[in-house]
Write a protein that binds this ligand. Structure first.
Ligand SMILES: *[C@@H]1O[C@H](CO)[C@@H](O)[C@H](O)[C@H]1NC(C)=O
Ligand SMILES: *[C@@H]1O[C@H](CO)[C@@H](O)[C@H](O)[C@H]1NC(C)=O
Ligand SMILES: *[C@@H]1O[C@H](CO)[C@@H](O)[C@H](O)[C@H]1NC(C)=O
Ligand SMILES: *[C@@H]1O[C@H](CO)[C@@H](O)[C@H](O)[C@H]1NC(C)=O
Length: 189
């Protein structure tokens, strides 16, 4: 009798341990709020080449989605790596299988994002969304060759952790570049 309740206590403690330390094992699945944010981001885009085919409601683990990587420790999404792949049919012309459309502010939900690469996509002359400046953990931002235009929002200078910023080969006005001096790595247009 006593032995059995001891066993129960033991398994209860094991359960507690398992629940209390989700960071110790491998995190499985996505944080739902972040998964929804990615789905909103997808819905803002026009995906002519089906690149985001794996980003589906039926595939709940968004780490298996193309270009998405999460932290094994916290489970938060830390990387969105979606440079457009070259279109092999037109290899020699430098034509890409680009995503088009809007960069949705739902990305703001990905507070732990440190790496965002949307290079070589086609944002059709849109401006760089100023809200990207609010992703405060960002270390690597690559928006090169993405058909972005208009003035670069000074909010990008709020990135105190930014190590690499590539805005090359767009149609951007840089305005006052004073904020760039804070960045340790910057590829000029
Ligand atoms: C986590 O996953 C990796 C690779 O799938 C595996 O090698 C490792 O043993 C797992 N760790 C734990 C604590 O489950
Ligand atoms: C997380 O773990 C997987 C499997 O072990 C590994 O492939 C991946 O690179 C790890 N991710 C990070 C950000 O360390
Ligand atoms: C950027 O920083 C300035 C002041 O340094 C602040 O007024 C502004 O609200 C910040 N913008 C964002 C998007 O965080
Ligand atoms: C940004 O992306 C382009 C195209 O994908 C790549 O050639 C370039 O090296 C990247 N820039 C940085 C600083 O990593």
């Amino acid at each position: 009798m006593a032995g059995r309740s001891f066993q129960h206590l033991l398994s209860f403690l094991m359960l507690l341990l398992l629940c209390a330390k989700p960071g110790m094992g491998n995190v499985t699945g996505c944080i739902e709020r972040e998964r929804q944010a990615l789905l909103h981001f997808k819905h803002g885009l026009v995906d002519d080449f089906g690149l985001l085919f794996s980003w589906g409601d039926d595939n709940r683990d968004c780490c298996q989605w193309r270009g998405v990587q999460r932290s094994n420790q916290s489970g938060h999404i830390i990387m969105l790596h979606l440079p457009a792949p070259p279109n092999e049919e037109y290899d020699e012309y430098g034509i890409y299988q680009s995503l088009r459309g809007d960069i949705s502010p739902s990305l703001l939900e990905l507070e732990h994002l440190t790496h965002l690469d949307l290079s070589c996509n086609d944002f059709e002359g849109r401006h760089i969304p100023p809200f990207l400046g609010s992703l405060s953990r960002m270390q690597y931002l690559n928006l090169s060759q993405a058909n972005l235009a208009q003035t670069v929002p000074t909010q990008l200078g709020n990135h105190s952790n930014l190590l690499s910023l590539d805005l090359s080969d767009n149609y951007l006005n840089f305005g006052n570049l004073e904020w760039l001096s804070r960045l340790s790595s910057f590829k000029t247009p």
